[in-house]
Each structure stands twice: as structure tokens, then as C-alpha cells.
Write a protein that binds this ligand. Structure first.
Ligand SMILES: Nc1ncnc2c1ncn2[C@@H]1O[C@H](COP(=O)(O)OP(=O)(O)OP(=O)(O)O)[C@@H](O)[C@H]1O
Length: 261
């Protein structure tokens, strides 16, 4: 029986990644990485450049196939979750041609495509979802502008709006705070807290430790594998952070130093 919601049904989801390994043509990017993401939770994914954060997101989205390990979303496979649009991914840098004359409204409407038929004629519910998402990121006045005419920070907000319009239960946000001004940072932080209150789960990769301390319920420290995972206050120790960012005291491939589950 399907346990993944579809269309506008919203059901809190749980993610279980168990000992996931990903390699790119023999180069190991992720090794034995495990995490559990509960509904209504904000989880920070923290690690230095090349630690495997984006690779983890791609595995959760089914863009790369783990060579070992298992990912379940409410007990279903990643491909089932994708079919039902249950998980939305906002990449670090959107691969869109911003000179292409597409409006902000149309970009956010793309989040609705999965629930439309092949003619892609938006219904009233699609218009409402797009309007609501644009209001939540404070871009409603920019809806008719070409996406290329937005600043980098505004564009990031537009892509977050697209994920919200998709009505996904889980949002995977790759460096959402990188390169945004303080106003956008505050707006996004407030928005993520609201989305958590709605029962959505949010996984955020970031280098900025202050964001993690401020609003992540749990944190995953990663360097090719999960070095530490658990409540932010328990995991954010200077020893764990120096192992994640400083000189490694152990081979990351040898396994996690702690895990609460
Ligand atoms: N398509 C690819 N082909 C080969 N190697 C890759 C590919 N994508 C990533 N890698 C390698 O996998 C490792 C993890 O990369 P990944 O992009 O997941 O790191 P990251 O933690 O997201 O880094 P950053 O913080 O710089 O975005 C890196 O060593 C990277 O060079």
C-alpha cells in the first residue's frame, strides 16, 4: 500500500538512510553514511568542501545510485517518493539559463508540473499554490519579472518557493544561506521554522555554524561518512567540530565516532 502522499495531500515523512555508499567511477564520495530524519524536524548537514553533502542529497533524490546501503522514505523507495513529488531539492546553484525569458511565476509553477497532466494547464489549485509560495518568500511583487532579472538572493528565494509550491513533505536545501543578505537570511530562517511547524522535514547543508546552532534540531557532521549525528547541543562539541573541519584525528572511512541511533 502506498504510504507516500501525492498531489496536494500532505503527510509528514520519515527518511531512513542506512549505511549508504556512493562512488563516482570508483572514487568514493560517501561511505557508510546513515541518518534518520523525523517529520517536523530541521536537520543541519555540516561538513567542509568535498565532504559529500551534495552527494548525500543526490542519493536521497535518486540522482545517484548508492553502490551499497539503503534509503527508505516512509518505508518506500526513493523512486516511489520521487514519483509522488514527496521530496524537493533546492540545489546550491540552479542549473537554469537565467537569460531565458521565463517569469518568476512560471519558475514557481514548475513545482506543480508533477501534479498536472501532460498538457500542463494549471488549475485553480496550482495558481493558489504558486501565489501562496511566492507570498511566503516575499516575492509576490516580483512574480512577473524574468527570473534572470532577480538578484542572486531573490533567485534563491524563488527556487525555495518552487519547492514549497510542489507541496513536498521533505525539503533538501543545499547551502540556502550562501551569498544572501541579512534580510533574506532572516526571511529564510523564519520560513524554515514555519515549514517545520507545518510538519515538513528540512535538511539543510551549510558551512555557517551559527545557523545550525540557531535553529537546527539535529545535526549531522559529515566527512565522507557520518562522523557524528544527534541533537545539536550534544553533537556541537569542539572535539567533533575540530574533527569535521580541522586536522582529522582518524580516517573518516574507519567509521563514525558517535551516533545516537
Ligand atoms: N560527478 C562527479 N564525478 C566525480 N566526482 C564527483 C562528482 N561529484 C562530486 N564528486 C566528488 O565527490 C566528493 C564529494 O563531493 P560533494 O559535491 O558531494 O561535496 P560537498 O560536501 O557538497 O562539497 P561543497 O561544500 O564544496 O559543495 C568530492 O571529492 C567531489 O570531487
Amino acid at each position: 500500500m502506498a504510504v507516500i502522499p501525492n498531489k496536494d495531500t500532505f503527510v509528514p515523512l520519515r527518511i531512513d538512510a542506512d549505511q549508504v555508499c556512493v562512488d563516482y567511477n570508483g572514487n568514493l564520495a560517501l561511505y557508510d553514511a546513515s541518518l534518520k530524519l523525523q517529520p517536523g524536524c530541521i536537520c543541519g548537514l555540516v561538513g567542509m568542501n568535498g565532504a559529500g553533502k551534495t552527494t548525500f542529497f543526490k542519493a536521497l533524490m535518486g540522482f545517484v545510485r548508492p553502490s551499497r546501503g539503503r534509503i527508505l522514505i516512509n518505508g518506500c523507495s526513493v523512486s516511489t517518493a520521487q514519483k509522488d513529488q514527496a521530496v524537493a531539492y533546492v540545489p546550491q546553484n540552479e542549473g537554469v539559463d537565467c537569460s531565458f525569458p521565463v517569469s518568476v511565476w512560471d519558475v514557481v509553477m514548475m513545482g506543480r508540473y508533477g501534479s498536472m497532466n501532460f498538457l500542463r494547464v494549471p488549475r485553480e489549485s496550482d495558481h493558489i499554490a504558486v501565489f501562496d509560495a511566492l507570498e511566503r518568500v516575499d516575492l509576490i511583487d516580483f512574480r512577473n519579472r524574468p527570473i534572470g532579472a532577480l538578484s542572486g538572493g531573490q533567485r534563491k528565494r524563488a527556487f525555495v518557493a518552487r519547492a514549497i509550491a510542489q507541496r513536498a513533505s521533505v525539503l533538501l536545501l543545499d547551502e540556502p544561506f550562501a551569498g544572501v543578505d541579512i534580510r533574506t537570511e532572516k526571511l529564510m530562517a523564519d520560513l524554515f521554522l514555519q515549514l517545520r511547524q507545518d510538519g515538513r522535514s528540512i535538511l539543510i547543508s551549510t558551512h555557517d555554524l551559527s545557523h545550525v546552532r540557531n535553529f537546527c534540531d539535529v545535526v549531522v557532521l559529515i566527512n565522507k561518512t557520518v562522523l557524528a549525528y544527534g541533537n545539536t547541543s550534544d553533537v556541537f562539541t569542539s572535539e567533533n567540530l575540530s574533527m569535521t573541519f580541522g586536522g582529522m584525528k582518524s580516517d573518516p572511512i574507519s567509521g563514525p565516532i558517535s551516533s545516537d541511533e
